[in-house]
Design a protein around this ligand. Structure first.
Ligand code: NAD
Length: 356
């Protein structure tokens, strides 16, 4: 029997509620497809700070490193906002990504036909959008040295090495090979030397993937094109800060933050999490949308452990609940036939994912 160890980090706010639903669905599909998942829980973020005085205890890093994959909810909340930066939940997450060497953040954006009216954009612009942002996650200006906050000036450094660009570019081209064979590399090469190196390096990597079309786009233009004609994109490849901004912009094409999954992968490890935060405003009320986390669990099966059939089951089940009009409260205004709780949504998806 195929067996996989999953490190589970539920985190803060709605984290525990949504991760529980993802586990329910994972259990259902693993039984159906004949593999076994074992889970071990670790604390991170505010929950870890409250117990250990540290948002990322060593035990969590070790547990994550020893697992086959990591399923993560979300961290953060007002309660911990006034802590010094190194004690804050968000610092724990940045450190975990770095410790795991997960340099590629993958964010697929799919527009579900049933929710086409949930977007602020016109239906004809977004119908059929299916793109994936590949963002470099552990380099660039968020990590570059030197950095400083001085009395009357402050600075950060945007730096990329050729090796860092090569490895993220390879991921984008490999994924494009399994999709629609197009990579749009986004940079600011007309102004920044670091982007010039980015562009040259991506061109070199592209030579190994002759069947994939490469185009370059300046980041300001890309921001505009994403709302003008998002269907032109297949895989968007970009650096850390540009990717941070563009992937949030792209997420709104689908209309709800509660739907979108993500994966952060490296050569060895993979961390799978919804793109949204811990939503403290709705925590504990049973109204959070678990779909983004359940879809992240599907990505985990597909990209980390190669259980594609089980992932297909989950993706089909998500489409079916939406088609049948089941909605959590965040989507209640969009062709809803029945408003369901977090728990009911998880159970429905688990049930549909088990059916043949
Ligand atoms: P958020 O994503 O938590 O919430 C934004 C809005 O979207 C809120 O109104 C929330 O209720 C809603 N929302 C989010 N997820 C939802 C879901 N699954 N179902 C229904 N509604 C949902 O962003 P925020 O309010 O800016 O941040 C809250 C906390 O989360 C902060 O402490 C922030 O630092 C943290 N955060 C964590 C992560 C992470 O863990 N990766 C990411 C972003 C923000």
């Amino acid at each position: 029997m195929r067996k996989y160890k999953i490190a589970v980090i539920k985190g803060d706010g709605i984290g525990p509620e949504i991760v529980d639903e993802a586990i329910k669905v994972l259990d259902a599909v693993s039984v159906k497809e004949g593999f076994e998942l074992s889970y071990k829980e670790y604390l991170m973020g505010g929950a870890a700070y409250d117990v250990f005085g540290d948002p990322l205890p060593e035990e969590t890093v070790e547990g994550a490193k020893n697992a086959d994959a990591i399923l993560f909810g979300a961290i953060g909340g007002e309660k911990w906002d006034s802590l010094p930066r190194d004690k804050r939940p968000e610092t724990g997450l940045l450190k975990l990504r770095k410790a795991l060497g997960v340099y590629a953040n993958l964010r697929p954006v799919t527009v579900y036909d049933e929710l086409i009216n949930a977007s602020t954009l016109k239906p004809e612009v977004i119908k059929g959008v299916d793109l994936l942002v590949v963002r470099e996650l552990i380099g660039g200006i968020y990590f570059g040295q030197p950095r400083a906050f001085e009395e009357d000036r402050a600075y950060n450094t945007m730096v990329y090495t050729k090796a860092e660009i090569e490895r993220i570019a390879k991921i984008a081209f490999e994924i494009a090979q399994k999709r629609r064979l197009k990579v749009t590399s986004v940079d600011k090469a007309n102004v920044l030397e670091v982007s010039q190196l980015w562009r040259e390096t991506v061109e070199e990597v592209a030579k190994d993937y002759p069947e994939v079309t490469l185009e370059h786009m300046y980041v300001d233009n890309a921001a505009m094109q994403l709302v003008r004609d998002p269907k032109q994109f297949d895989v968007i490849l970009t650096g850390n800060i540009f990717g941070d901004i563009l992937s949030d912009e792209a997420s709104m094409l689908s209309g709800s933050i509660g739907l979108l999954p993500s994966a952060s992968v490296g050569d060895k490890h993979g961390l799978y999490e919804p793109i949204h935060g811990s939503a403290p405003d709705i925590a504990g009320q049973g109204i959070a949308n678990p779909i983004a986390t359940i879809a992240s669990a599907s990505m985990m099966l597909r990209y980390q452990v190669g259980e594609d059939k089980a992932a297909d089951r989950i993706d089909r089940a998500i489409k079916r609940v939406l088609k049948e009009g089941y909605r959590t409260k965040d989507l209640s205004g969009f062709d809803a036939k029945e408003i369901v709780t977090t728990n009911e949504m998880g159970s429905l998806i688990a049930q549909y994912a088990s059916e043949d």
